[in-house]
Write a protein that binds this ligand. Structure first.
Ligand SMILES: [Zn+2]
Ligand SMILES: [Zn+2]
Length: 338
């Protein structure tokens, strides 16, 4: 299966938290947390359409300014999800600057903020042309963990306890569409952007008589064949499970939070999970409402994730990264076997 998404930590495990999730066949990316974003190129930053903020402690939110700086003067909307207080936090950041002369910008940035609470989601919008004045939009009711539902993917969340409510996130591709190479060859059809159009039509559940035009990327003006979607649905493609990528940070190891997280991240292909401390400092970890590496490994095993990556190491362990990784790996194996 050729993956459609490629996630990576923006900084090393001792750096500020941020995971950049690149869409490989679209000019688009999602970002989980807004730590220091300087390692990302401007091109990468401009691809970001949605940002999911766990909470606004400075190490998770300081990158907001950098993203704003690069996106300003572009025709672009950034959609941002965060916990209670996020609308005030975004407004506070924007009010830190002077906004005159921006009304005349030809291209205009807007930031739409979804503040996720237990039962509802408050919504506000800040537009560059309006000098980023807060605009209230209608709140959305929230009955389950679903935050974003697109034809090909979903993002869900849950709350964890960090003395304040913090959001953990899980991104899931609904299913993965694979094109059968041998069937393409049999028909003498070249691969190209028309395959992306085909996949999009399937994700959008277009009717069987929807026509797909086969074209070669070398002669895009020429239509090689016109085929009803129904025929291609049954002969040309195969469906497999999609990718699931989860992001969990800044949480106390307590039964309720642990249970909720295990359900959210269950069977992820990849879980990013914080591991601030070693088990030898378990008391400090719980005083600071953080996980130890062993606790992170335990959660990963219980949730039966395929793979996990640790981050948010305390600077006190510089040079001891391997101990954190090994401690988590041992706990993962043990809890997976149980
Ligand atoms: Zn924090
Ligand atoms: Zn943190």
């Amino acid at each position: 299966m050729r993956p459609n998404f490629k996630p990576r930590l923006v900084n090393g495990p001792f750096g500020d938290p941020a995971v950049y999730l690149e869409f490989l066949r679209e000019r688009r990316a999602f970002l989980f947390d807004l730590g220091d974003l300087r390692p990302l190129t401007n091109r990468e930053l401009l691809k970001i359409s949605h940002v999911f903020v766990s909470h606004t402690h400075v190490d998770h939110f300081i990158g907001f300014d950098h993203l704003l700086r690069i996106s300003l003067g572009r025709q672009k909307q950034i959609v941002l999800f965060g916990p209670n207080g996020i609308i005030d936090n975004v407004e506070g950041k924007l009010r830190g600057y002077t906004w005159n002369l921006v009304e005349n910008y030809v291209e205009s940035l807007s930031i739409k903020v979804y503040q996720v609470e237990e039962k509802e989601i408050e919504v506000a919008k800040f537009s560059c042309r309006e000098r980023f004045k807060r605009q209230h939009l209608d709140a959305v009711s929230k009955s389950d963990s679903l935050l974003l539902d697109e034809p090909s993917l979903t993002v869900c969340c849950t709350f964890v306890n960090h003395l304040i409510p913090v959001l953990a996130f899980s991104f899931e591709e609904k299913y993965h569409i694979n094109v059968k190479k041998n069937e393409l060859e049999k028909r003498n059809w070249p691969p190209g952007p028309w395959l992306a159009e085909l996949k999009q039509a399937i994700y959008e559940n277009k009717p069987d008589d929807w026509i797909i035009q086969v074209r070669s990327p070398r002669t895009p003006a020429q239509v090689l064949a016109e085929v009803p979607l129904g025929e291609l649905r049954h002969t040309l493609v195969m469906y497999t499970a999609g990718q699931k990528i989860s992001y969990v940070t800044d949480m106390l190891f307590e039964p309720e939070s642990v249970q909720r997280v295990i359900e959210l991240v269950s069977k992820s292909n990849l879980l990013y999970i914080e591991a601030c401390f070693l088990e030898e400092d378990r008391e400090i970890a719980s005083e600071k409402y953080h996980l130890t590496a062993a606790q992170a490994g335990y959660i990963a095993g219980k949730a039966k994730v395929q793979n996990f990556k640790l981050f948010h190491f305390s600077p006190k362990y510089k040079g001891r990264e391997i101990e954190l990784i090994e401690e988590a790996r041992d706990a993962y194996k043990k809890s997976l076997e149980k």
